[in-house]
Design a protein around this ligand. Structure first.
Ligand code: SF4
Length: 356
């Protein structure tokens, strides 16, 4: 049987656990220091805990919910992708370590961003995405979300100080575990990463958006739009049939009333689907209504999928149409293209080889 992992225990939960195991409440703070400050992976190293408590903990709990089975280095930009196997018998998830951009004067910061997965697979089936091809296997626990961050730090030898929930899965479809993980990510007793360094990316899960707004933290929000009308968006994102723009846009307006950051619309440019110039005009109208900025991403070819990337000049014309309409716009090319850093691809390849 797989032991529950202690990573997802808040201070309050650890105090309850100490009571259950017959120990004083102050042991909870000591234990949490070993888990988060020292990043300890072995109960025996917890030298200020009584041996009896260490033995009780080791018998019932683990300190890591996953093990890294593969690390791929990109030949450019320092991006590294890793694949982790969950302790419960083999599910694979992937995470991407992205180094900070080069600073002014050529100095290189040692800060890293981690692209985190929130589910094994995904039920939402966006047409451009490898993660959706295999469907949803299960939600990740809060410990499994947190475990990716600790694994990234062990691989890179650097503290993660920026998180983007843009890996496998729809984070807002796993909202309970996401909120539990975020609580420890932001806590000074946990990872102590500020809300403004955390981006939640959603395909437009309206009930999840409302829960996240109620959580009340100034997180950054990225919304995968990929279509500025229901007709186009439903072609690319089947989730639009469940929560069409008529529901999504009011939910985002509500988010704007509580959040502190501008929403970012992610918009993958796909030849002949959503990259025509009249679509840019519709996208500009929606962006103005939501006071959002737009991140354009020329489509990243995925093996086995039919979409095509528009020409460079076409992508530039689309961007110009938005900026001429007064919308802040950036163009992003996926980092680590050569290691299949688009979400889901590394896992898909491995499972396709029968290793999953
Ligand atoms: S883009 Fe996100 S929501 Fe859509 S299928 Fe991929 S992982 Fe799921």
């Amino acid at each position: 049987m797989v032991k529950p992992c202690l990573l997802e225990y808040t201070r309050e939960a650890l105090v309850d656990l100490m009571a259950e195991l017959g120990h004083k409440p102050f042991r909870a703070a000591q234990l949490q220091e070993w888990v988060w400050k020292h990043r300890t992976t072995d109960f025996e190293q917890m030298s200020n805990l009584p041996p009896a408590l260490r033995a009780q903990l080791a018998e019932r709990f683990s300190l890591r919910p996953l093990s890294v089975v593969e690390v791929s280095n990109s030949s450019t930009g320092g991006t590294r992708k890793f694949l982790s196997r969950m302790a419960d018998g083999g599910h694979l998830v992937e995470s991407v370590i992205i180094p900070a951009a080069e600073g002014k004067g050529g100095s290189r910061s040692d800060r890293i961003t981690l692209c985190v997965s929130s589910q094994v697979g995904c039920a939402f089936g966006c047409k451009f995405c490898a993660s959706g091809l295999l469907g949803l296997t299960r939600n990740l626990s809060a410990s499994e979300i947190l475990g990716q961050i600790l694994a990234a730090e062990e691989i890179s030898g650097t503290r993660v100080d920026n998180l983007v929930f843009m890996g496998m899965g729809e984070p807002l479809a796993n909202i309970d575990n996401l909120l539990s993980a975020l609580t420890l990510i932001m806590s000074p007793e946990g990872l102590n990463i500020g809300a403004r360094h955390i981006t939640i990316s959603t395909s437009g899960n309206v009930p999840g958006l409302r829960r996240l707004a109620e959580f009340g933290k100034p997180l950054r929000l990225a919304v995968s739009l990929h279509g500025a009308s229901d007709e186009v968006r439903s072609q690319v994102m089947p989730v639009n049939r469940k929560w069409p723009l008529g529901q999504l846009l009011p939910a985002l307006e509500e988010w704007n009333r509580t959040g502190k950051h501008k929403i970012t619309f992610e918009y993958i440019l796909i030849e002949g689907v959503n990259a025509m110039l009249p679509e840019a005009a519709k996208l500009a109208r929606i962006s103005r209504r939501l006071n959002a900025k737009v991140n354009l991403i020329p489509y990243n070819t995925v093996e086995g999928l039919p979409w095509v990337r528009p020409s460079e000049s076409h992508c530039r014309a689309f961007a110009k149409a938005l900026s001429s309409a007064g919308i802040p716009v950036t163009m992003r090319y996926e980092k680590g293209h050569d290691i299949n850093a688009a979400c889901g691809q590394l896992r898909l390849k491995r499972e396709g080889q029968g290793e999953g």
